[in-house]
Write a protein that binds this ligand. Structure first.
Ligand SMILES: [Fe+2]
Length: 274
């Protein structure tokens, strides 16, 4: 296999990768090739799940081309260079984020790993025709735990507007409770073991071409026209499958069901002759 095969394969995979149904935990995709019999993996730029012009007029094609095609690509390429020939080469992106954060003393790979993860999560948090009030279970949970959708909007706008400088605004789960959070620079809620459900990039590169320095208008546009509540519901479903969501609903269990014997269940029982 020729030198540079990973980069070639990465580009090929990025160009043909189908839109994701969900990429809430995996982050950027890997391509693989084999050098000298040792499997190496590099992260590839994930394809956008929509055309670059599909979010207009709320997010311009130019913004997406620069944000995804240059900034996100840069984080991934820098990360690949940083982790080459280190133990991180074999890790999932989410694990690199958590481990390289190093309990608050970040290792060199942290910023690019976290930015690669955050941006993949951000681009999949958007959809054409999105925004407005949520539907499904997340709508019920917002009403129940945050008071109302209007209250969520107020909290989210405050978090996004008050994040000084570059950063992110999140809706996440903290021990099965919805929380609105903000994080600076590349930090994300994974480092606290929270489970992100939705994110807005409030780095200036995310909105300057469309809104100049008017961050509040950008945040309102995101909430009213771009949020992909379908994927938020999918992420919520996935989170519930992996966390203790409280006491089981015993009504779901048939308490009167007969308990089968081994014989009735067709299980051969070997007598212990010792
Ligand atoms: Fe960004």
């Amino acid at each position: 296999m020729p030198p540079g095969c990973c980069a070639t394969a990465a580009a090929a995979i990025a160009s043909i990768a189908p839109p994701r149904i969900s990429s809430n935990r995996g982050g950027s995709k890997r391509s693989q090739c084999n050098r000298g019999g040792i499997a190496r993996a590099k992260f590839a730029l994930p394809a956008l799940p929509y055309e670059s012009s599909a979010l207009e007029p709320y997010m311009s094609k130019k913004t997406l081309e620069v944000h995804w095609g240059k900034h996100q690509r840069g984080y991934i390429e820098n990360l690949n260079r940083q982790i080459a020939n280190t133990p991180f080469e074999g890790y999932l992106l989410e694990d690199i984020v958590k481990i390289s954060y190093n309990r608050g003393s970040p290792q060199p790979a942290f910023n690019n790993a976290a930015q690669a993860w955050n941006h993949d999560f951000f681009f999949t948090s958007l959809k054409p025709g999105g925004g407005k009030s949520p539907t499904g279970e997340i709508a019920e949970l917002i009403d129940k735990q945050l008071g109302s959708y209007d209250n969520f909007v107020k909290e989210f706008k405050l978090a996004a507007a008050s994040q000084f400088g570059a950063g992110w605004a999140w809706l996440a789960l903290k021990e099965a409770k919805l929380v609105v959070e903000k994080t600076p620079n590349a930090i994300n809620p994974l480092i606290w073991d929270h489970i992100p459900l939705l994110v807005l990039d409030v780095w200036e590169h995310a909105y300057y071409l469309d809104f100049q320095n008017n961050r509040p208008d950008y945040v309102s546009t995101f909430l009213e026209h771009l949020v992909n509540w379908d994927i938020v519901n999918a992420r919520l479903d996935r989170a519930k499958a992996f966390m203790n969501w409280g006491e089981p609903d015993w009504d779901l269990f048939d308490k009167d069901a007969d308990i089968l014997t081994y014989e009735e269940a067709g299980i051969d029982v070997v007598e212990d002759s010792s």
